[in-house]
Design a protein around this ligand. Structure first.
Ligand code: NI
Length: 168
């Protein structure tokens, strides 16, 4: 297993649209294992393949308190979203240190395959529902800061670029 490098906003590769996974093979399962390891190591609740510069529809998550309930979503599609929406604080491993409010559906149903190609439908609410919506956005090339005002987004962009320059 290996830790993977996570792209940082405003890296343009974060805006690529992911393609469906077609091969459910050992290579895919190795990638899933590496993504889970990277997510746990970074203390994140979710990681989309886009964030590690792999442009395939693949997401790993774990929103459990104990950090022992990994969820793998391959070729995920939201099949239902509640009309009820709520604004909550979000962060992202690709935008370290930034947290801001984003409005999302309170609960969603998502249909996705696991790493063996087994398709199932999951119902998510609370943090898990937020995470599903946030991670699926990544697969469409969307980062959560794009929900914020242009003014806030530009401030974040400047801050990120400065931090990347300082650590280079
Ligand atoms: Ni994110």
């Amino acid at each position: 297993m290996a830790l993977l490098n996570i792209l940082c906003y405003p890296d343009p590769r974060l805006h690529k649209v992911a393609k469906p996974v077609t091969e459910f093979d050992e290579k895919l399962r190795a990638l899933v294992a590496d993504m889970l390891e990277t997510m746990y190591e970074s203390q994140g609740v979710g990681l989309a393949a886009t964030q590690i510069d792999v442009h395939q529809r693949l997401v790993v998550m774990d929103t459990s308190e104990e950090r022992n309930q990994p969820v793998v979503l391959i070729n995920p599609e939201i099949t239902w979203a509640s009309e009820e929406r709520i604004k909550g604080e979000e962060g992202c491993l690709s935008v370290p240190g930034i947290y801001d409010g984003v409005e999302r559906a309170v609960s969603v149903k998502v249909k996705a395959a696991d790493e063996h190609g087994q398709v199932r439908e999951l119902e998510a609410e609370g943090l898990m529902a937020v995470c599903v919506q946030h991670e699926l956005d990544h697969l469409m090339g969307k980062v959560f800061v794009e929900y914020l005002s242009p003014l806030k987004r530009n401030r974040i962009k400047t801050k990120m670029l400065k931090a990347q320059k300082d650590s280079a």
